[in-house]
Design a protein around this ligand. Structure first.
Ligand code: TUI
Length: 315
């Protein structure tokens, strides 16, 4: 059995969070992950506050276990969503794509445990000062909005900068990734891409197909010119965006418009031409659809074997 401080702090059986994937991670996936002993997370993404509230209330019906909400700080609805999360007394709040400082006192007061995704030492230290329960160090191998550093250097950098427990994210898909994360000083992991193909994940079947078919070099970063690079699976859409990235005849405003709605097209409509299929580099390692419970049990059994044999090369 693998037990770490993450299990005690968050009242979960396995030290794993499910990534808050915008347009995808709903009450169905989050409750399945929580019922399986991990921490399921509802993604607020760019959704309005009432949609998020409905999902929270739905998840409360589907599980008695703790679950979380990911607040995407670049969302135009971040202020209202932040309030809903506090009002609904959600157990855990993770944040992404920005600085959560202004909401932290409100969340702390509501009893929520706050776990910001940090891509830098400065934000990790700030999170610690403001009373975060842990931080997620998410490397650029992950899907969606990505930071500059890779998981391998980022996790020990963040670990050395704060005394908070660190969860590793970005590129983790199996027991090997969990074991490696622990070697880097993490005491838990967050995993998104692998849960895309969970039976309980309600994303469009074409999205699951894209993840299952993804090969080693099918992962691309676009949106660098706007300062918010995003990792997705190669499609006609991402090729078009890559071309536009360096096209001097396209303004930043036009470029931004070209991306709008593309994630919804992928996740809801399964549009293989115009959709943006956000996924991490480790999509190439995702081989089959399973239940959330099967995924969690399989990867922790694998991690346990690896960690037990960790002295294999020590003479
Ligand atoms: O947030 C993510 N991943 C996301 S958010 C998202 S929503 C979206 N949908 C369509 C297009 C674009 C975005 C999809 N994927 N990961 C967590 C994360 N946070 N990665 C990096 C950061 C981050 C970046 C900058 C955190 C803080 C930060 O700066 C804060 C500061 O002020 O220093």
């Amino acid at each position: 059995m693998i037990k770490t401080p993450i299990c005690d702090i968050f009242g979960i059986e396995y030290p794993i969070f499910q990534g808050g994937m915008a347009w995808i991670a709903d009450a169905s996936l989050a409750s399945a992950v929580s019922n399986a002993g991990g921490l399921g997370i509802i993604a607020a993404g760019n959704a309005p506050a009432d949609v998020v509230r409905t999902q929270i209330q739905e998840a409360k019906k589907l599980t008695d276990k703790p679950f979380g909400v990911n607040v995407m700080l670049m969302s135009p609805f971040a202020d209202e969503v932040a309030k809903v999360v506090a009002e609904e007394k959600v157990a855990v709040v993770t944040t992404g794509a920005g600085n959560p400082s202004k909401y932290m006192p409100m969340w702390n007061e509501s009893g929520a445990k706050v776990v910001p995704v940090v891509a830098s030492i400065a934000l990790a230290k700030l999170a610690e000062r403001l009373g975060a329960a842990a931080v997620i160090a998410e490397g650029g191998e992950s899907g969606g909005h990505v930071g500059e550093l890779s998981t391998m250097p980022l996790v020990p950098i963040i670990k050395d900068s704060v005394s908070l427990p660190v969860l590793a994210a970005g590129g983790i898909v199996d027991g090997r990734g969990i074991a490696a994360s622990f070697m880097l000083g993490a005491v838990g992991v967050q995993m998104g891409t692998r849960f895309l193909v969970a039976h309980e994940c309600t994303v469009h079947p074409n999205y699951k197909k894209k993840v299952l078919e993804a090969k080693d070099i099918d992962s691309v970063r676009t949106g660098m010119r706007l300062g918010h690079p995003v990792r997705s699976i190669k499609t006609p859409y991402s090729r078009m965006m890559l071309k536009a990235e360096f096209d001097p005849n396209i303004t930043n405003e036009q470029f931004d418009k070209m991306g709008q709605g593309s994630l919804r097209k992928a996740a809801v409509e399964g549009d293989e031409k115009d959709g943006c299929f956000l996924a991490g580099q480790c999509a190439a390692l995702v081989k089959k659809e399973q239940s959330a419970k099967e995924i969690i049990e399989e990867i922790f059994a694998e991690a346990e074997e690896i960690l037990k044999g960790a002295d294999k090369w020590v003479k």
